[in-house]
Write a protein of this length. Structure first.
Length: 406
């Protein structure tokens, strides 16, 4: 049984964590939830924006790519920015981009009818969200070390809950006929204000994590790209992101096309997956503390393989939905545990989390078109068999996530 990644700063037996650490834990959870709320708010209004701009599926796909490109551009240097400014300021700056992106995209679509304006807003939204993702994961890993127990999956569960709230609010706004520009602008203000409040509770920089010179920071970033363990963790996170992103993008459509579900039932199937993810991330912290990363990751990856395979091959809608629930639980821990593993050592956490995030997020960039092209030949439901086929060899990467010897 491998131990979790803790540091000698864990509180001694009989004493609770310092109040500042508990406040930072709550602040990080708020930031994660609001980031999920912001992203889901945009996706909830995509149908209205598509109809308002008269976009074909192909043009809509190209438009959505602007957000992914923004995130990929941000992530290679987001760790260095976080190291330079501190996590609180980095999150605040990143969320300013998120808020501006939401506002520009909403106003451009709902008022100006400008496709280039929407693309610019999406790029800013992706850039800010990607930067915030790295910074809040770095802070989350710091809080986890100071607490001396696993909490990172619960931060990602907060993101999932925020995304569910964003989707629900988006559906309500669409039903009430709230203009896209008004909806996105109001949510932008809420997300920015809430994030600034949450980030105020972040911890001060840990000893040994001083910014250093610009040249030194660049050297550390390049060195991280040559570390075998960091790259293997990145591949583990990539597979986990692919398993999660594939369900996000295609699950509802696959059940509509493959099992004859209605549109509402297809959306409900996606909801089952999200509930499974949230449940796995909430309860997974207990399992990680009890049995360690290796056994828990191995078990959950196998559960995701069985669940995804059952979802595709069951031949029965109700049985396939059970597979979706297992898929969600099984896919829940790979991403947050990978981020924790990248940040095991505080001194190099900033650059290693950046590297792992860049590798992992390429799944969100390449996954949708890959499955779409495959779905054109074999059907959307059958195309999802790529998920268990990719996850099985990922089991060989699990040892890389174990904490290094101290």
């Amino acid at each position: 049984m491998d131990p979790i990644a803790t540091t000698p700063t864990a509180p001694p037996t009989g004493f609770g964590p310092p109040r500042a650490v508990l406040a930072a834990r709550n602040g990080v959870a708020v930031v994660f939830a609001l980031n999920g709320l912001a992203v889901a708010t945009w996706f909830a209004r995509v149908p209205a924006i598509r109809d308002g701009l008269g976009l074909s599926p192909g043009r809509l796909g190209l438009l959505l790519l602007a957000m992914s490109i923004g995130a990929i551009v941000a992530m290679p240097t987001a760790g260095l920015v976080t190291q330079r400014l501190g996590a609180a300021r980095a999150v605040a700056l990143a969320t300013l981009f998120v808020a501006l992106g939401l506002t520009v995209a909403g106003v451009s679509a709902g008022v100006a009818g400008s496709l280039p304006g929407v693309a610019l807003g999406l790029f800013a939204l992706g850039y800010g969200s990607g930067s915030c993702d790295v910074a809040m994961n770095i802070e989350g890993a710091t809080v986890e070390r100071r607490l001396g127990r696993t909490v990172m999956p619960r931060f990602h569960a907060a993101w999932s809950l925020g995304s569910v709230a964003g989707a629900g609010l988006g559906a309500g706004a669409a039903r009430l006929g709230v203009p896209v520009g008004v909806h996105l602008s109001v949510l932008a203000v809420v997300v920015l204000a809430g994030t600034l409040l949450g980030a105020r509770a972040f911890l001060a920089a840990e000893p040994g994590a001083e910014p250093g010179t610009p040249a030194g920071r660049r050297r550390r970033l390049l060195a991280a790209w040559r570390e075998p363990r960091t790259l293997l963790i990145g591949l583990l996170v990539l597979a986990a992101a692919f398993a999660e992103g594939s369900a996000n993008d295609w699950l509802a459509v696959a059940f509509i096309d493959g099992y004859g579900f209605s549109e509402a039932a297809g959306a409900a199937v996606f909801g089952v997956f999200v509930v499974g993810m949230t449940l796995g991330r909430t309860l997974g912290t207990v399992a990680l503390d009890r049995w360690g990363r290796g056994p828990v990751l191995t078990s959950t990856i196998l559960l995701a393989v069985v669940g995804a395979g059952l979802a595709v091959l069951a031949g029965s809608g109700p049985v396939a939905v059970v597979g979706v629930a297992l898929w969600g639980i099984g896919a829940s821990l790979g991403f947050p545990v990978g981020m924790s593993a990248a940040a095991d050592e505080a001194e190099h956490a900033h650059v290693r989390v950046s590297v792992v995030a860049v590798i992992g997020y390429t799944a969100f960039l390449a996954g949708p078109p890959l499955l779409g092209l495959l779905g054109d030949h074999v059907g959307t439901l059958q195309a999802l068999l790529v998920v268990p086929l990719l996850l099985l060899p990922t089991l060989a990467l699990v040892p890389a996530a174990r904490p290094p010897a101290r």
